[in-house]
Design a protein around this ligand. Sequence first.
Ligand code: ZN
Length: 212
Amino acid sequence: MNGTVAPVDPEDDLRVGGTVLPIERWGAPVMHTKTRPVTEFDEALHQLIRDMFATMYAAEGVGLAATQVGADLAVFVFDCPDDDQVRHVGVICNPEIVLPEGRDRKLEAADEGCLSLPGAYMELARPDHAICRGLDAFGEAGEVGGTGLLARCLQHETDHLNGIVFGDRLSGRARKKLYALHEERADNYPGDWPVTPRVDSESVETSDQRSR
Ligand code: ZN
């Protein structure tokens, strides 16, 4: 789980051999319910993790929670750069997020997106660094922490496993705008996306708008 530099061993093999699954959208009950903790670190879990990596890569995301492929289980995968452009790759089961407090707590506003509301981004302020503690795919305790997009990703994915989507953290007005943006681009995303790839139109997202 120590996802400092890719490739990560022994989780490396879990990054290949998976099947791309359809991504659930906001509104599906599984997306808005707190997940069950992982208790069995068996082949069934490892297959789910393989499928999650395959799905995240197919959707060009930097993180994916189990709920986003319809599984009610507290596990997420990530492959995400930090502020120094160091890539962090791994799996966290039963995550707990630790955020800076007091004078260490600084908020950073940046565009955030979600693979379960594809095509839409909205600025959201979150603490600029975060540590995520949990278990790896084999049940070993560990943690990953960082800055920038990684800090945002760790908070976003842990939220998912608690049944929270980032729209829940927006004002009503911003959330309305976010849904409108999604509606504009919804036709580009088939219902089983990313099993069926995105239909590209002239409005291509920039590389710094990578979704979770
Ligand atoms: Zn998301």
